[in-house]
Write a protein that binds this ligand. Structure first.
Ligand SMILES: [Zn+2]
Ligand SMILES: [Zn+2]
Length: 396
């Protein structure tokens, strides 16, 4: 039976996969600069024997044809980029690139897809259909590497019936997976605001416009929009995370800059909120006499798990991991460029438990102490391979 075979192969490959993961972890690269990672993935695919093409500059698309390749087509996706964070973990495979760290586990995702690819290639005479392997760049940065993979044809010739992605989750114990149908993650847009005036002496505010006070008013009024114009049943969050202006006690600055992120679970509300925020900025500019530039960098769409493929993947996960190890995941305001794929074809994005307190693998993603229990790699590898051979198997 394929399931048992895959379990054995995932266990057998674990040692090599940990080596691969540690190599990637030690050599992280920022979004859209994954040149060495891209070469490494190509070398691994070449070693296995899997044909591939390079796309989206630093992305790789591998193709595995089983028997009867047109019968079903499944896409499996991994992201490869790291974050501008200085690693604080004291491990032998610590990041060698100062100030860059695989703090979102994309090294694990890439390893898992390589591991699954190796298994699928070995089993290619035992399943029907085609598996497309998407190794994408730039998940962490707008406009999202997924959008470039789609632009470059990753979802065409042939078009997959569905796409699967996973993400490590430090909130979930290793050995467990979690799924959710429908909307699972938020849209994310970045806000860049500049408030300008002539500046002036702190003792004569009447002769200029106090950009610091306008910034304070704007932040408060933007938060009011998000809390008062939105249906409370519709999750959405605005966080202004940066405020820069002035450098001494008695000079009112000519400019104050703000940056932040806006997240929503509803595309209609999302764009309405943009309008309301910009209107507020315009009104405040008129009322105060400040000049306000309000720029929204529209980012990733929501991630939607199509119910049928998600139900199928969930059932298959129950079979592979045991029902007791598969749970429903909560809605999160995080964002993922996987949302781009799931807007084009049915998608399922699930979470892989990597938490293990005894190994200090408890810290959140995007933190300098983020760590995973590497035992989860075998679970991810096996699951990706199992979904690859099993999904849509009864399709015409
Ligand atoms: Zn991340
Ligand atoms: Zn991530």
């Amino acid at each position: 039976m394929l399931l048992e075979k895959i379990k054995i192969l995932a266990a057998e490959g674990q040692e090599e996969n940990i080596e691969i993961r540690r190599h990637l972890h030690a050599n992280p690269e920022l979004s859209y600069q994954e040149f060495e990672t891209c070469k490494f993935v190509q070398a691994q695919l070449t070693k296995i024997g899997i044909p591939f093409t390079v796309m989206a500059t630093t992305g790789v698309l591998g193709i595995i044809e089983g028997k009867n390749p047109t019968k079903r087509v499944i896409a499996l996706r991994a992201d490869m980029d790291a974050l501008p964070i200085t690693e604080e973990n004291d491990v032998e495979y610590k990041s060698k690139n100062e100030g860059v760290m695989h703090a979102c586990g994309h090294d694990v995702h890439t390893t898992i897809l390589l591991g699954a690819a190796k298994i699928l290639w070995g089993l290619r005479n035992e399943f029907e259909g085609t598996i497309k392997l998407l190794f994408q760049p730039g998940e962490e940065k707008n406009p999202g590497g997924a959008s470039y993979m789609i632009r470059d044809g990753a979802l065409q010739n042939p078009t997959p019936q569905g796409i699967i992605g996973l993400h490590v989750h430090p909130g979930l114990l290793y050995g467990k997976l979690s799924f959710r149908k429908g909307r699972v993650m938020a849209s994310a847009d970045e806000l860049f605001i500049s408030i300008k005036s002539t500046g002036g002496h702190a003792a004569t505010p009447h002769e200029t416009v106090d950009t610091v006070l306008v910034a304070a008013q704007l932040i408060t009024s933007l938060q009011t929009i998000i809390s008062r114009n939105r249906n409370p049943q519709n999750p959405s969050v605005l966080s202004i995370c940066s405020i820069h202006g002035g450098n001494t006690t008695n000079v009112m600055p000519t400019e104050v800059k703000l940056m932040g992120t806006f997240r929503a679970m509803d595309e209609q509300w999302r764009f309405k909120a943009h309008e309301l925020m910009m209107q507020q900025a315009k009104g405040l500019a008129i009322a105060t006499g400040a000049e306000i530039d309000f720029m929204v960098d529209v980012g990733y769409p929501t991630v939607d798990n199509e119910p049928k493929i998600t139900e199928a993947a969930w059932q298959l996960a129950n079979q592979y991991m045991g029902t007791e190890n598969v749970e429903e995941t909560e809605l999160r305001m995080g964002a993922e460029d996987f949302g781009y794929y799931s807007q084009v074809i049915p998608g399922c994005f699930f979470r892989l438990g990597v938490r293990n307190a005894s190994k200090d693998a408890v810290h959140n993603v995007h933190t300098p102490l983020f760590k995973v229990d590497e035992a989860a790699i075998a679970h991810g590898v096996g699951m990706m391979a199992w979904l690859g051979v099993s999904l849509f198997n009864d399709a015409p």
